[in-house]
Design a protein. Structure first.
Lengths: 1128, 231
């Protein structure tokens, strides 16, 4: 099949064009998810300088409409017309109004719209025609009773259908007008120049269906049926919503379904919801219908600062068939109709929104959105937020996305139909014609005039209404819940807050809006969503998880939130969970800690002790472990967590049981450190603190409490500190708890320690506790036998070097076993005040950078990353200094550097090749279960496996240079804290996936350099994914910017690193070999990342896969342009 | 010749007797040796069995081990019971051996010893269990009284503990059948003394309170209290 772009569009029929349209255009029920942009051809853009907008002009602005983020364009009537009712007085159903262009122009417009993924909705005005239509001209002259005469409704008696209301009360006094040529009255529900068609004449319906098929054949996706309730007339009724009218619509629908499967009919029925419901029937009339009563009630709710009007009308809104949808809007080309409100409400609306009598017309208000809301940005954003989140497909009226004003001095409703304001140029950039030739003058007042409000200015302003609308529409596209979801109102006590939940196929969106002009708090009953994390959709910010208590929010005046209620999102890092899992098992402790040991209880309690121990090991601990972030076997069934080593640690505050757990089934070489403590009900504050970390409920006679993870217990952490301060040893059967301290510990003052603020956190592989601004305790969870390199390197840097950019170690806790084995259980750091880690800093920086670039078409300045790169240079310096410090000769064989030999290089290379092969094998094995995007990224990598392996085989550096020494081992941006505009390096634990022997082995420090370079890639890719999650269209445009940033960061980092570590007279071959080694370690790191992500976060595997692919494409590239940095 | 025979006859008779005794002696020695080996095994088994059922935990909780430790005795109660079991087997072996040798008096003496040793073991077990319960009872009393209000909960707890302890000691002595009369007499004296002390304390220290209590329990026919009538 030829690609669409290769076809000659003019040579194709409309149906061929439709079939060639991109696949996303043709999903069933597409109209349920769309946002529609209502536009008037006349008002949008004038391409030929005649002062009137036209189809070529509209076509030229399709990119703007697409970039706004809408999915469909509703084009107001563009048919030949005398133009006495803005085109709704059609004189010919089969042509285009000449000033707007030709049929060819229209076809081109439809084609271009489809090419951009935009659907086209046009008008089918079938209730009436213009009195200039050929049908009417023929009818008035045709003999009475003839087929042609009966195209319209005639009567000699103007009192016929007396019970019918007059719609345009300002201009019409009767629904009948006398035609002197016909010698009879003709029926018209609207203006007298718009005679109603007579559907009792079957030829009329045939003619209308012909007109409908004419446009559908041309590629139109949907038809708005104008004034649909008034098609038929019957004496003795109000001539609205008659059964005969519904019969006509069903016939139209039947034709549509028979010949055009995925097209849509949109009913304009300005009726109460229960009457409009009939236009959906059983899904066999219209697909969509306007929800007229909602719109005025949104304005009323804002004016009254009260949610009731919206809740009331939505609760009165009946359910509609699953294949149907509401169309909702804030403003359109007509007046803000107040037909669907009570008289009192209408008076109130007039008073609030149309104090100027000139703004009133018929039963409505002829103002645009911004003037209605006093040009208050918060109000405009609030009502748009409501519109986009209410059930239905929202319609945005052209110009409202930039807050255009109106001109009430133009007649009828033309004040809201003025030219689109594109720029501050002449005629608002709408037309190059002389101003006096324009169909209407543009808005020129100082507040809403085109010099103040225009697309060009707002496109350049990141905080403009236009850009805000783009962001909102992008966010709305991320879920189908807004278009298809159920609606459930919450009823918080504060009536100024409107809160509702939209749910669709497991996706739950919580919308909360403050109707008042001042800030308001609200407590929401979200018990049904307990445990979920609300993620604010605009900023993708996680909020604290929903717990037992009412969910408290505070909203600014006219503020609103959209939250996605997620089960898989992590709570904010700073959040402290305080809720206790409900299904905790109960352990009966008859003898304190002794209960768990059959050899420590009195003889007649042995059986009971064994049962309690079994309950602890087989039920309580496995459930507890499964909930922990740091537990590596999440998702795996745990049969038992056996107490392998236990030492009781008594302190003044409370006692704790330090346990090492052996997991079955699990890795034999690893065990978990879980210190346990008990808190009883009479220690209320301690109990509250420990409940989130509870392992089990416990009862000892009449005393109840919890058995909890002691790392959440301040008493336990303080006890550790006190023991470290005293360098104690606690002997126990089979082992000894050994506490140690370094000079960084300082003076031990137990009273001062107890006064420190305590803040515990559970991380992905360990637990931490911050004690005031003095200490930072890190408890290791997954233990392997041997000294942890974090303690070893930290102690070395603290006691043997003067390197000031690593967090100093103050103390440690180790378990020495009787068999000579040892485990590092915890380390104590001096606390370093910091501004967060470099990863968050980088992501924030890139987020801001991309946000700014998204709103502008201009290329960034050459030194756009200047400040950031200065920091990266500092990071490079500190990294180089770290490696020099670690390579210092001290006589300690564990640290003294050794020259890299050819054998070392060969061994490293062989291992990297083997790990790459293993990574790809694992990728292949799991590829079918990966997310679609990751599968797509995995395919080219797997397809080029041989190429990768060949390149790797050839990547062995030519010669061995430099030394191998101890190094960081898992160096990336998150391991670096920003403190006083400098960096402090932390976490020397090494890659947790490797054995302790591997982590403690000396190696080339260039592995750290490669790790940091990979981290730059990770940060860039993450920032790009975040940006794409909001607006996928921008990803392609922003990707080169991220590439530029990454290259600049790499260069800056390497140059600074080399300036510290490279020898001044380094020969060129050495520089090349060094860079080749870095490149080799980069692919090693990327393969490690791939394995890690496949095991832990499959959706993130996308990033290492891209890194691997880039390495295959150009591994030497990194070296080629960065090699120079190594020549000092 | 006959004179010679007369001279050697006692020697021959002695030799005959010795010849007849030696096998019995050998058997006795064998029994004692076997008994000794068996006693070692029994001691080992008893100590292991007691430790398997956490008897040491019981004696430690009862404070007996600490008591012994403070007295310079490093062995634990389970070691003592093992030692007793061992000696019971040895004494039994000796009794059998002596009986085999025909030493009736010694046999009777060892028999009495054999009958006494189990009582010592039983007394020790009773002492251990009883002391544990004395501690538990005292602690439970203190805890209960602490929660229900009266002052001197610790004192009352200690009283309960010592009362139980004394009772257990008396039972243990009774089991040993050592000075049963004196023990019973001592117990009665102690009990009478305690009752007298309480009566005195109640009668003198709480006279008015007792009068008020009695008045509330048995008021006069006209409803007035005795105190009021007396006045």
């Amino acid at each position: 099949m030829k690609p669409v772009a290769a076809m000659n569009p003019d040579a194709l029929t409309a149906e061929q064009l439709r079939r060639a349209a991109p696949a996303p255009l043709r999903p069933p029920l597409w109209f349920k998810d769309v946002v529609i942009y209502e536009v008037h051809v006349r008002a949008f853009f004038d391409s030929n300088g005649d002062g009137i907008g036209d189809f070529p002009g509209l076509t030229s602005k399709l990119d703007y409409i697409r970039d706004l983020g809408v999915d469909a364009i509703w084009v107001l009537p563009f048919y030949p017309s005398p133009g006495r009712d803005d085109g709704y007085d059609i004189a010919d159903y089969h042509d285009v109004h000449p000033p707007y262009g030709s049929l060819q122009d229209f076809r081109h417009f439809v084609r271009e719209a489809h090419r951009r993924g935009l659907r086209v909705i046009t008008e089918l005005v079938v209730n009436h025609t213009s009195d200039q239509h050929a049908w009417f001209q023929a009818a008035r002259r045709a003999p009475r009773g003839s087929k042609k005469r009966d195209y319209y409704v005639w009567s000699d008696d103007p009192q016929r259908y007396a019970g019918t209301r007059i719609i345009f009360t300002d201009t019409e006094s009767s629904n009948w007008s006398y035609d002197a040529v016909a010698g009879a009255y003709y029926w018209h529900r609207f203006f007298s120049h718009q005679p109603d068609l007579n559907y009792d004449n079957p030829h009329v319906l045939k003619a209308v269906v012909r007109a409908m098929r004419y446009w559908l054949d041309m590629g139109v996706d949907g038809l708005r049926l104008d004034a649909i309730p008034y098609l038929c007339e019957r004496e003795g009724t109000n001539n609205e919503n008659l059964p005969e009218t519904h019969a006509v619509i069903r016939q139209i629908r039947r034709v549509l379904d028979e010949h055009y499967g995925d097209r849509m009919l949109l009913a304009e029925a300005n009726q109460w919801p229960e009457d409009v419901r009939d236009y959906f029937a059983d899904g066999d009339e219209c697909h969509m219908a306007f929800h007229f009563p909602l719109m005025p009630r949104i304005y009323m709710a804002i004016a009254q600062e009260e949610r009731h009007p919206i809740v009331e009308i939505m609760e009165q809104t009946p359910d509609i068939p699953p294949a149907c949808q509401w169309a909702i809007f804030l403003r359109n080309h007509d007046e803000l109709t107040l037909e669907m409100v009570t008289s009192r409400e209408r008076d109130y609306m007039y008073r609030m929104y149309a104090a100027e009598p000139r703004a009133r017309i018929n039963l409505g208000i002829r103002r645009r959105l911004a003037p209605l809301l006093d040009n208050d940005l918060a109000k405009i954003q609030l009502v748009n937020g409501l519109l986009l989140s209410m059930p239905g497909s929202p319609i945005i009226y052209y110009g409202d996305e930039i807050g255009m004003g109106d001109n009430v001095f133009l007649g009828d409703r033309n004040g809201v139909r003025t030219p689109m304001q594109w720029s501050p140029d002449r005629n608002a950039g709408f037309s190059r014609a002389d101003p006096q030739r324009l169909y209407f003058p543009p808005i020129m007042d100082p507040v809403y005039g085109y010099e103040a409000v225009n697309v060009e200015a707002q496109a350049r302003d990141p905080s403009s209404l236009l850009n805000w609308m783009r962001r909102m529409l992008a966010v709305r596209r991320t879920t189908q819940a807004f278009g298809r979801g159920s609606l459930r109102f919450l009823h918080p006590g504060n009536r100024k807050i409107l809160a509702y939940v939209r749910e669709y196929e497991g996706d739950a969106i919580l919308c909360v809006a403050n109707m008042a002009r001042s800030a308001h708090p609200v407590e929401l009953d979200l018990a049904a969503y307990k445990g979920m994390v609300p993620v604010e959709m605009l900023g993708r910010t996680p909020f604290p998880p929903i717990g037992d208590l009412p969910y408290l929010l505070t909203l600014a005046g006219h503020g609103f939130y959209w939250f996605r209620l997620c089960t898989d999102a992590a709570p904010p890092e700073w959040h402290e969970a305080r809720d206790t899992p409900e299904d905790l098992p109960v352990l009966v402790l008859f003898d304190g800690w002794h209960t768990f040991f059959r050899d420590r209880v009195v003889p007649w309690r042995i059986g009971m002790a064994e049962r309690v121990r079994s309950h602890l090991e087989k039920t309580a601990l496995p459930r507890f472990l499964a909930r922990q972030r740091w537990f590596a076997g999440k998702g795996r069934h745990i049969e038992a967590a056996a107490l392998k080593h236990c030492v009781e640690l008594a302190s003044a505050g409370a006692s704790a049981l330090c346990t090492l757990l052996e997991i079955a089934p699990g890795e034999e070489s690893a065990c978990y450190f879980v210190p346990l403590c008990l808190a009883w009900e009479d220690e209320e504050e301690r109990l509250r603190l420990l409940q989130p970390a509870a392992v089990a409920r416990v009862r000892q006679q009449a005393n109840v409490g919890v058995l909890a993870d002691a790392f959440a217990d301040p008493s336990f952490c303080l006890a550790l500190l006190e023991h470290m301060g005293r360098a104690s040893n606690i002997e126990a059967p089979g082992g000894c708890l050994r506490f140690s301290r370094t000079p960084a510990f300082g003076e031990l003052d137990p009273d001062a320690l107890r006064a420190l603020d305590f803040h515990a956190r559970s991380l992905s592989s360990n637990s931490t506790a911050q004690l005031g601004d003095r200490y930072f305790l890190k408890g290791f969870r997954r233990l392997r036998k041997g000294v942890n390199p974090e303690l070893e390197i930290g102690r070395f840097l603290t006691t043997h070097t003067d390197y000031a950019h690593a967090v100093p170690i103050a103390g440690a806790l180790e378990l020495k076993l009787g068999d000579g084995g040892e485990y590092t259980l915890a380390v104590l750091y001096r606390y370093v005040a910091n501004q967060g880690d470099a990863w968050d800093y980088t992501l924030d920086y890139l987020g801001r950078f991309l946000e700014a670039q998204r709103e502008t078409a201009q290329a960034p300045a050459g030194d756009v990353h200047g400040v950031y790169l200065t920091r990266v240079q500092t990071l490079g310096l500190r990294t180089g200094q770290l490696h020099l410090a670690l390579a210092r000769q001290t006589g300690d064989p564990a640290f003294d550097p050794e020259p890299i030999t050819a054998e070392d290089l060969s061994a490293w290379h062989a291992r990297i090749v083997a790990e790459a092969a293993a990574s790809l094998a694992r990728l292949r094995a799991s590829s079918s279960s990966l997310p679609a995007a990751v599968q797509a990224a995995a395919e080219p990598v797997l397809a080029r496996e041989a190429e990768l392996m060949a390149r790797l085989a050839a990547a062995l550096p030519p010669g061995a240079h430099g030394v191998k020494s101890r190094y960081h081992g898992d160096f990336h941006l998150a391991q670096v804290l920003i403190a006083n505009d400098d960096f402090v390096i932390t976490d020397f634990e090494g890659e947790p996936g490797r054995s302790l022997e591997e982590r403690r082995a000396k190696h080339s420090p260039l592995r750290d350099v490669a790790g940091m370079l990979r981290s730059f890639h990770y940060a860039g890719a993450s920032a790009l994914l975040n940006a794409a999650a909001q607006r996928a269209d921008d990803a392609a445009r922003l990707a080169p910017l991220i590439d530029d940033w990454e290259h600049a960061a790499r260069r800056a980092f390497l140059a600074a690193y080399a300036s510290v570590t490279a020898e001044p007279d380094r020969p060129d071959p050495e520089a090349a070999a060094t860079m080749a080694l870095v490149a080799l370690f980069e692919i090693e790191k990327a393969c490690y990342e791939l394995r890690y992500e496949l095991d832990n976060r499959p959706s993130w595997a996308l990033i290492p896969l891209r890194g691997i692919l880039r390495w295959i494409d150009a591994p030497p590239a990194a070296g080629a342009h960065e090699e120079a940095t190594w020549k000092k | 010749m006959e004179e010679v025979n007369v001279f050697f006859e006692p020697i021959r008779a002695l030799l005959v007797q010795v010849a007849a005794f030696l096998p019995r002696l050998a058997v006795a020695v064998a029994i004692v040796a076997g008994g000794w080996l068996l006693a070692k095994a029994v001691r080992f088994t008893v100590v292991r069995a007691l430790r398997a059922i956490n008897f040491d935990v019981l004696t430690r909780r009862a404070g007996i081990d600490d008591f012994l430790h403070e007295g310079g005795v490093e062995s634990r109660m389970s070691d003592w019971l093992g030692w007793l079991a061992k000696w019971m087997v040895i004494v039994a072996a000796l009794a059998i051996a002596f009986n085999g040798l025909g030493l009736a008096y010694v046999t009777a003496l060892t028999g009495k010893l054999l009958a006494f040793l189990p009582r010592v073991a039983l007394a020790l077990v009773l002492l251990a269990v009883g002391t544990y319960f004395a501690r538990v009872g005292g602690a439970a009393t203190s805890a209960f009284l602490r929660h229900t209000g009266p002052a001197d909960a610790e004192l009352l707890g200690r009283l309960v503990r010592y009362a139980i302890f004394v009772f257990v000691v008396l039972i243990a002595i009774d089991v040993l059948e050592v000075g049963g009369g004196i023990v019973r007499l001592t117990f009665l004296i102690l009990l009478a003394g305690l009752v007298l002390a309480l009566a005195l304390a109640f009668g003198l220290g709480g006279q008015r309170w007792a009068a008020a209590l009695l008045a509330r329990w048995w008021p006069d026919a006209d409803g007035r209290s005795r105190d009021a009538a007396d006045d």
